[in-house]
Ligand binder design. Structure first.
Ligand SMILES: *Cc1c(COP(=O)(O)O)cnc(C)c1O
Ligand SMILES: [Zn+2]
Length: 448
């Protein structure tokens, strides 16, 4: 069976374009393109046969199918040559049963999809493997491409630089100066990217990168390029697979540029179209109050969507005021009976620390999602019996200095309600023993 996929306009304008063509927008209306699959061809394989195929490939080492993305190759990018696939065995991330934290929140069936446990420490790997593989295929086919470029709030550039370095392709990343964490800055530096630190915010970098990629020798890697969505959508398929092909009741996901929620929805819809699932989950997009254009739009019943100027937030990867995928995200939420919640700086910092106390090590964006979930539970929108998945988008270690500052109490404007400080003592056994005894006693009192 041969499967096929192509670009077409998200508004249904006529025209299909090859995924190997350098095109990011619809030539008729100027809006985004999306990847469309030949679903009839995919339907010739029965749902049970797809499940079996995916289960067989999962975590095996036959390149590239052991990757969580490429295990679903036929649903992602069917025609690419395996030798041009640039994979780091991304995906297959842990679906963590947050048992203790869930009990505290009064949602016992709570799971955290640890997308940050990945090659470069964020879910961006899922999409970047697809995009860079296409570039490698285009170069192999003789297209003149000099480099791949992106604007980034940190994680996209880390993924782009790593996958390009693995493939031997030049990468260029545009970062807002002083708005990404040191760990996020060192990643593309280490991988040898040309790192351009611009005196602007993410939205400003996005405007510049769109200009420089107009000449087609520099390929655009931002999520307005829908190839990334194809890889990122596998997170939905993977979650369902990890539940033995059952659909959760809710998925809570932090949103900035809103590509990831679009991808999440696309994954579930394909599962439904192909008969692997019969129902859809509800989706909550969680935004930082300092960068909340989707939340504001939600309050208007999605009647209006107005970009905002994003204010500084600890959740730096979602500090975006003019999200490129806003329209797609709204359509997704309408389809999934979705809601939007927001979290203040204090709420996201405390929630992240609170959840850390139950064994996690959360990035601030995951903190936004967890704080949003707490509100949904309080408002009885999420019920105690619901099965809930929270998408954790990056590894907390990328934000170690911010997390340290929380516990030290040096984060401006934040009261560290769940801090834990080191106890400084001389190397004296008696004093150490006394301190431990006091600690144990206090813990006992707290439990009682
Ligand atoms: C990119 C990113 C997001 C936001 O994803 P969008 O697709 O821009 O909505 C959230 N968290 C982290 C850690 C990210 O890197
Ligand atoms: Zn169009």
């Amino acid at each position: 069976m041969s499967y096929n996929a192509w670009f077409q306009c998200i508004n249904g304008c006529p025209g299909q374009f090859s995924l190997l063509e350098i095109i990011y927008r619809c030539p008729t209306c100027g809006d985004l393109l999306e990847v469309q699959h030949d679903v009839d061809a995919l339907r010739t394989r029965a749902p049970a046969a797809w499940m079996q195929l995916f289960d067989e490939r999962t975590r095996k080492s036959t390149y590239p199918y052991g990757s969580g993305v490429w295990a679903k190759k036929e649903w992602v990018l069917p025609f690419i040559d395996n030798e041009n696939i640039v994979s780091t065995f991304e995906g297959n991330s842990n679906l963590f049963w947050a048992e203790r934290y869930g009990r505290q929140l009064h949602v016992e069936d709570l799971w955290v999809k640890q997308c940050g446990n990945s090659h470069t420490g964020s879910f961006k790997d899922l999409g970047m493997t697809v995009l860079v593989s296409v570039v490698k295929q285009m170069i192999a086919d003789g297209q003149p491409i000099d480099a791949v470029a992106c604007a980034s709030t940190g994680d996209t550039s880390a993924a782009l630089a790593s996958y390009c370095a693995a493939a031997g392709i030049a990468s260029i990343v545009l970062l807002p100066r002083n708005k990404v964490s040191p760990a996020q800055l060192v990643q593309p530096l280490a991988n040898g990217a040309l790192v351009l630190s611009l005196d602007t915010d993410f939205d400003g970098c996005m405007a510049v990168v769109q200009e420089i990629t107009k000449q087609k020798r520099i390929y655009l890697a931002n999520s307005m390029n829908s190839l990334r969505i194809e890889g990122q959508k596998t997170v939905a398929i993977e979650i369902v697979q990890q539940f033995d092909w059952e659909v959760p009741d809710w998925v809570v996901i932090p949103g900035g540029n809103l590509g990831n929620v679009t991808a999440l929805g696309k994954g579930f819809l394909l599962l439904q179209d192909l008969g692997l699932i019969q129902k859809l989950p509800r989706i909550c997009v969680a935004q930082a109050e300092h960068a909340n254009p989707l939340y504001r739009s939600y309050l208007s019943g999605f009647e209006r969507f107005e970009p905002v100027t994003a204010r500084q937030t600890l959740a730096s990867a979602i500090q975006i005021g003019n999200p490129v995928s806003a329209k797609r995200a709204i359509r997704t939420l309408q389809r999934f009976n979705g809601v939007v919640e927001q979290a203040s700086e204090q709420e996201l910092a405390d929630e992240s620390a609170r959840a850390d106390r139950t064994g996690m090590f959360n990035c601030p964006h995951t903190g936004v999602a967890l704080a949003a979930l707490r509100k949904l539970v309080e408002h009885k929108i999420v019920k105690a019996s619901d099965r809930v998945v929270v998408i954790s988008t990056a590894h907390g270690l990328k934000f170690a200095d911010q997390k340290t500052a929380y516990h030290l109490g040096t984060l401006a404007g934040i009261k560290p309600n769940h801090r834990n400080l080191p106890v400084e003592l001389p190397a004296d056994a008696k004093q150490v023993a006394d301190t431990i005894a006091r600690h144990v006693e206090r813990a006992r009192l707290l439990e009682a």
